[in-house]
Design a protein around this ligand. Structure first.
Ligand code: ADP
Ligand code: MG
Length: 308
């Protein structure tokens, strides 16, 4: 992928091949790592760093929402592995002079989400400096029965499905979204997806991450992509479909499932969060977007990447 962030991560992944440990079942390259745990168990580990001015601003987000989002993005990655979160470690770099109350309110939002998802805040680190707020959280979890689910198992013919609705999250949902922990547990009660990723960069970009990891291609039906009503609150410089493909920060689950399992899953789905089939995996490489009139275009890996 062209984006510098992903090229750097790819380089780190290759170089990190020299740093092996037998207990690391899945290392760099998925939504979380998977480590062997004594007693035939596994531990799912993810970490994410959020920065003021990039992931939130103090003008548009309350301290509580900043704390909430910082944990929620990590819970989304645990969910994308088919995991259940267990414990979180929170490192904060506060802005000197902003006061203790700001930090307490940030933790207020964080604790509320932690209680909702039964995650223990089990440690962290507290620092301050003259720069903007930076917060890094590491979450440990355990795979739900049938998991972990990797990005790499998609097979030609599989259905491509997505939870929720996409696009326009910057209008507010990027701060308030519900990580799909309950949804992945409900999916795993019925079927075992062949591959899964959470949509953090945008459907276009994250679908390509899944396709590259699996060595397959995709046909996505544009009219089937579920559009979030929040798209209507965003500037009209991008089409609704383009927003659903590239806005990012949806934190929905994108997954593949064998057709018979997909039929079973959709027929039995009673969870409040929508579940939609948006296309299918193909044997070729790359992704094609099919429009209502049958016109086909290349579905690009458009989405968010940190510039370097
Ligand atoms: P996500 O969007 O799911 O959080 P990322 O794109 O941030 O995933 O990361 C993809 C993979 O690369 C993950 O396995 C992550 O742990 C790893 N990764 C990202 N940055 C680094 C880094 N600086 N050093 C080592 N691994 C990294
Ligand atoms: Mg992810």
């Amino acid at each position: 992928m062209a984006a510098a962030e992903f090229a750097l991560i790819d380089w780190i992944r290759r170089e990190a091949g020299r740093t092996t440990a037998p207990a690391v079942r899945v290392g760099i390259g998925d939504d979380a790592a998977v480590l062997d745990w004594p007693g035939d168990r596994a531990c799912v580990v993810t970490t994410d760093m959020l920065m003021e001015g990039v992931d939130f601003t103090a003008e548009t987000a309350t301290p509580e929402l900043i704390g909430r989002k910082s944990l929620a993005v990590n819970l989304s990655d645990i969910a994308a592995m088919g995991g259940r979160p267990v414990a979180a470690f929170v490192s904060i770099c506060l802005t000197q002079g902003r006061g203790e109350e700001f930090a307490r309110r940030l933790y207020g939002g964080l604790f509320e989400l932690a209680c909702e998802f039964h995650v223990a805040i089990a440690g962290g680190d507290t620092n301050s400096w003259g720069g903007p707020l930076v917060i890094n959280i590491t979450v440990l979890g355990e795979p739900v029965a049938g998991a972990p689910l990797l990005r790499s198992g998609a097979q030609p013919g599989d259905w491509i499905c997505v939870t929720g609705r996409l696009g326009g999250s910057l209008a507010g949902r990027h701060l308030t979204f519900t990580p799909r922990v309950a949804e992945v547990a409900a999916i795993l009660e019925t079927v075992r997806p062949t591959a899964m990723i959470d949509i953090s960069d945008g459907l276009g970009a994250d679908l390509h991450h899944l396709l590259e990891a699996s060595g397959v291609g995709a046909r996505v039906e544009g009219p089937r992509i579920p559009l979030s009503p929040e798209i209507g609150l965003m500037p009209a410089d991008k089409s609704p479909l383009d927003r659903a493909l590239s806005d990012g920060e949806d934190f929905e689950l994108l997954f593949t499932v064998e057709p018979s399992a997909g039929e079973l899953l959709l027929a039995n789905w009673s969870h409040g969060t929508p579940l939609t089939r948006i296309g299918e995996i193909t044997g070729g490489l790359g992704a094609v977007l099919v429009m209502e009139d049958g016109r086909e275009t290349v579905l690009e890996a458009k989405g968010w990447a940190h510039p370097l």
